[in-house]
Design a protein around this ligand. Structure first.
Ligand code: FAD
Ligand code: SIN
Length: 541
């Protein structure tokens, strides 16, 4: 089937939905999303959105905290623009109907939380269900909009680019391509549809599933970054994978996060002997930045041989804890852990991808008419390490800017449509009877990425990982051409691509900076590496 729309949005998290709602006044929007519309990282966000509302806070302090966390690699103009746009975007979310928690003053002031790396309380939140509160309102509004169609259980396979090279009959650079839409697999019928669009937006979220342990939901397989790279777009800084220090450690808890705000409310990390250890690693103790806290836990676990450390907030008033953290309290209690009486077992897990599709201040990639917003994009805001709760902020700000740019360009640029798109080539025609190969490769990639390309890296481990991924990539390529595609195979192909790019970035960056920590290159090297790691698929003429 072939669909023709003005705007194709791939992904239904805060980034995709905000963009869609803004451009829907100007044309027909199709949102394709892999599972149900609500199944996004956005839906699971707990802590909140960082923005300057506090009496003692200022844009300058938020900017300084963001730059410090980013360890030299943030783009100053981007940081300033995003931080200063924050309050307006938060007010817009409130106008759309999101009920952020108010403080107890009775003056309709926002209650503000504190997280690691922030010098002031500035985390706007809705209890500890912030992401769910946002996602629900945005999905409801998108469903009600006459110009928006949501295609659920539909997985984008690849972008369709019309090559200016072919049009002109001469060989020029890959970045002169134009994006004309995407091929999309209907996961229920296994049919591949062609979506032709004037503008295509990647809002596919992160890539936590590349790692064995992650806070991310199953959708986070880096599809947007992999599709953009395959189409020839620039991607950057993929070695900067953020590990959240505190995910719940329990055999029945898949991916459950214990928000950093628990430490912001005086929670203390302790070892199995009850010793608070963060003071050994950072003067800010439990409010050190995430990279420091995650490495500290990793080091403690290696020394002790224990499976987890603990987060203790039992010294706080139980009523306060239950009221401030209803989601976390209930989840822990359902697993037999009463956090008001006993410390919570926690471990670090892959949480956030700081790198992504390289975009400009309006979310434009270097392929014409292809945008990337939200976690899929690399804007320059996070640099080498993201400051807590700056992600939802970035997604809201860039969705707004991208929508503004598209609307501004609409008269001059986007009226012209690509014609005669190449039909989907089904390649392999037989059904695979070896689903086990897919699940085995999935498991192997996630395991060696955790072991060799995790919180602490070394040259030898990276080399080992590169050798493994090369072999697996060959196998996947063969499999991809031989058999009909399935959503599992598409995701495997994408996590393998992400693994390869993360390894490539990590091998190139011969220093330790922000989230990238290599025991053979412990120092920062500002002379050689005060820059992004930019990758582009080698051009095949
Ligand atoms: P997502 O919300 O992840 O949405 C991605 C969408 O793309 C999904 O709809 C998915 O189905 C779709 N998709 C992916 N691939 C395809 C494909 N091939 N075809 C079709 N659809 C596809 N950040 C903060 O700032 N504050 C917080 O408090 C916070 N807490 C967090 C807690 C958890 C547990 C997690 C996992 C993350 C948290 N983050 C937080 C990070 C933040 O939630 C995410 O970075 C942000 O929500 C990403 O939004 P997004 O719109 O870019 O992507
Ligand atoms: C958390 O609540 O700890 C997550 C915040 C974030 O990822 O920014």
């Amino acid at each position: 089937m072939e669909y023709k729309v003005d705007f194709l949005v791939i992904g239904s998290g805060i980034a995709g939905l905000s963009f869609a709602l803004k451009v829907a006044e100007y044309g027909q929007v199709a949102i394709v999303t892999k599972k149900g519309a609500m199944e996004t990282s956005t839906n699971y966000a707990q802590g909140g959105i960082a923005s300057v509302f506090g009496q003692y806070d200022s844009f300058d302090l938020h900017i300084q905290d963001t730059l410090k966390a980013g360890d030299g690699l943030c783009k100053n103009n981007v940081v300033e623009m995003v931080v200063k746009s924050g309050p307006e975007r938060i007010r817009e979310l409130m106008n759309w109907g999101i009920a952020f928690t108010q403080d107890s003053s009775g003056n309709l002031e926002l209650d503000l939380g504190l997280e690691g790396g922030h010098s002031q309380k500035r985390i706007v939140h809705a209890g500890d269900f912030t992401g769910h509160a946002i996602e629900q309102v945005l999905v409801d509004r998108a469903r009600e909009h006459a110009n928006i169609d949501i295609f659920e259980n539909c997985t984008a396979v690849d972008l369709i680019t019309c090559s200016m090279r072919m049009k002109r009959g001469i060989v020029t650079a890959a970045h002169e391509d134009v994006c004309c839409g995407a091929y999309v697999l209907d996961n229920e019928t296994n049919e591949v549809h062609t979506f032709q669009s004037k503008i295509t937006v990647l809002a596919t979220g992160g890539a936590g599933k590349v790692y064995l342990y992650t806070s991310n939901p199953d959708i986070a397989t880096g599809d947007g970054i992999a599709m953009a790279y395959r189409a020839g777009a620039l991607v950057a800084n993929l070695e900067f994978v953020q590990f959240h220090p505190t995910c719940l450690y329990h055999s029945e808890a898949k991916n459950f996060l214990i928000s950093e705000v628990v430490r912001g409310e005086d929670g203390v990390l302790i070892d199995s002997q009850g010793r608070a250890f963060m003071g050994d690693y950072d003067p800010k103790k439990d409010l050190a930045c995430r990279d420091v806290a995650a490495r500290a836990i990793d080091s403690e676990l290696k020394k002790s041989g224990d499976d987890c450390v603990f987060l203790d907030i039992t010294h706080k008033d139980p009523d306060f804890v239950r009221e401030r953290f209803p989601n976390i309290y209930q989840k822990c209690l359902s697993l037999g852990i009463d956090m008001t009486k006993e410390p919570i077992p926690v471990v670090p897990a892959a949480h956030y991808m700081c790198g992504g599709v390289l975009v400009d201040m309006d979310g434009r990639s270097d392929i014409d008419r292809l945008y990337a917003v939200g976690e899929t994009a690399c804007t320059g805001l996070h640099g080498a390490n993201r400051l807590a709760s700056n992600s939802l902020l970035e997604a809201a700000v860039y969705a707004h800017r991208a929508a503004g740019r598209v609307v501004k360009d609409s008269e001059s640029v986007i009226n012209e449509v690509c014609r005669d798109l190449p039909p989907w080539d089904p390649m392999g025609t037989s059904d695979s009877d070896e689903a086990i190969v897919v699940s085995h490769n999935w498991d192997e990639i996630r395991r060696f990425m955790w072991n060799y390309v995790g919180i602490v890296r070394s040259n030898k481990r990276l080399l080992r990982a590169r050798n493994r991924i090369e072999t697996i990539q060959q196998e996947i390529r063969q499999y991809y051409w031989d058999f009909k595609i399935t959503s599992d195979l598409i995701e495997l192909r994408n996590i393998a691509m992400l693994a390869e790019l993360i390894i490539q970035g990590a091998m190139l960056r011969k220093e330790s900076r922000g989230l990238h920590y290599n025991i053979q290159h412990l120092e920062k090297d500002d002379k050689l590496w005060l820059k992004d790691t930019i990758l582009r698929r080698p051009f095949v003429g």
